[in-house]
Design a protein around this ligand. Structure first.
Ligand code: PHE
Length: 446
């Protein structure tokens, strides 16, 4: 079973892969709409605070556990456990992470499928294939199933090629394109009539909301989902980082990229929504809240694009390409979690593990597609609001309470020999030991 393990070839490769995992649908539509409906810059402020104070330490915990063990989540957690009970707990947490991330992928694939369908819709309209375009934008089970299968096929294809030739190669191509498209779109959208109102809604803080518990819960959930925490994705990517790499610095770059792109995405989505309002598109729901979630991406924004005439086709093309790229660099990190386990623990060939697990997840996705109303929201809520924070909590407990402090230090010292004298080592252990677990539980029980 001694398959050689993959390793990222450079810091750039790791940064693209890890920020690719982090930057996804959560950043580009979750964050901006959460911000707009929770007091604009007040949410931004709380989010930044929570992201740096809670999510970054939790991210570091996963990266360190992963790189130390150079193994999949279950083996990695078991390797730091000290007795029989903690080994059982390790298997349980690792296994729950695998199940949770597979379920996240099963709903993520559905939404990503919509993105591809809307992207192809722009292409079809450029080619004046109106019938095809209409089919592509009609929300029904056959279309959704076809695009789930297509998206999962792309994900499996990349994972089959391994860490360097699959994950790293594709993330290094796709992430720079994502940033370029995002910036071009912002430049265009910000010039539209009404866009300034969107900027105002986003950047002028309504501090009366800051004590609202719902805002805290939203901001923390957003930060954990956005940094792909609790389910072993960052652990597995950490396990492919070279021992020469400075972990605290690399981890903070990932957090900065993720948070930065979420904040920048706000400069696109909110001005776009208010530009849509200015051209007569309804952007508020019956309760007077901004339309968020699927409705925003698949109805409000397309309605805006269609008011722009010819150029709207190109804007739609670029926007849905952006969303597809963001989804794909996240979905590969999700599939890698169970695949690495299958390869390392059961000795499966990577190709067969990726294909087999990919098929199982696709089947779960299809079950959700055909039972959308009862299942979709349930799976989203269970995985992102229940399972992810609890698992994030468990990771902190493992690192701070079960793992020996000196062993952690020795691990970080590889690639960062002076860590003991720096700020990181003064603050981080205390944070993961006390602040993170208490904060996660407090917010959780809200
Ligand atoms: N971070 C991704 C996003 O923002 C989602 C994700 C969650 C990816 C969990 C991997 C694991 O969309």
């Amino acid at each position: 079973m001694a398959t050689p393990r993959g390793e990222f070839s450079s810091r750039f490769g790791f940064l693209m892969a890890a920020s690719g995992s982090a930057v996804g649908l959560g950043n580009i539509w979750g964050f901006p709409t959460n911000a707009a409906s929770n007091g604009g810059a007040a949410f931004l402020f709380v989010y930044l605070l929570l992201a740096f104070a809670l999510a970054y330490p939790a991210l570091m915990a996963e990266l360190i556990i992963g790189r130390n063990a150079r193994a999949n989540g279950i083996t990695a957690l078991r390797s730091i456990a000290s007795g029989r009970k903690s080994r059982i707990a390790a298997s349980l947490v690792g296994f729950s992470g695998i199940v949770t991330v597979s379920l996240i992928l099963s709903f993520y694939a559905i939404v990503s499928g919509w993105m591809i369908a809307h992207f192809l819709d722009a292409v079809a309209r450029m080619l004046e294939m109106q019938k095809v375009a209409d089919w592509l934008t009609t929300d029904e089970s056959t279309r959704n199933s076809i695009f789930v299968v297509l998206f999962m096929t792309m994900t499996v294809f990349i994972i089959t090629a391994g860490v360097r030739n699959g994950i790293e190669k594709w993330a290094s191509r796709l992430m720079p394109s994502l940033i370029a498209i995002l910036i071009l779109l912002i430049i265009y959208v910000i010039t539209l009539p009404g866009a300034a109102d969107g900027l105002r809604a986003y950047l002028v803080p309504d501090f009366s909301r800051i004590t609202d518990p719902a805002l805290l819960v939203d901001a923390m959930g957003q930060a954990f989902f956005s940094l792909s925490l609790g389910v072993g994705t960052m652990l597995i990517y950490g396990s492919y980082i070279s021992k020469d790499e400075n972990l605290p610095v690399t981890g903070s770059l990932v957090a900065l990229l993720d948070i930065g792109i979420a904040v920048i995405a706000g400069l696109l989505i909110l001005p776009a929504m208010y530009a849509a309002l200015a051209s007569g598109v309804e952007i508020f729901d019956l309760d007077g809240n901004l339309i968020a979630g699927p409705g925003l991406i698949v109805s409000v924004l397309p309605a805006l694009f269609s008011t722009m005439g010819g150029i709207g086709l190109f804007v739609a093309f670029a926007f849905f390409l952006l969303m597809t790229i963001a989804s794909l660099t996240s979905s590969i990190s999700m599939l890698e979690v169970p695949v690495a386990y299958g390869v390392e623990h059961h000795g499966f060939k990577r190709k067969w593990a990726a294909l087999g697990i990919g098929i199982v997840i696709t089947i779960i996705s299809l079950i959700i597609v055909f039972n959308f109303d009862p299942l979709f929201d349930m799976v989203v809520t269970f995985t992102t609001e229940v399972s992810q924070p609890l698992l994030g909590f468990a990771f902190c407990i493992f690192v701070a309470w079960i793992w020996r402090r000196n062993d952690i230090l020795q691990e970080i010292k590889q690639g960062c020999p002076d860590v003991e004298n720096g700020l990181f080592w003064k603050i981080w252990p205390f944070y993961v030991k006390f602040i993170c677990p208490v904060a996660i539980l407090t917010v959780y029980f809200q």
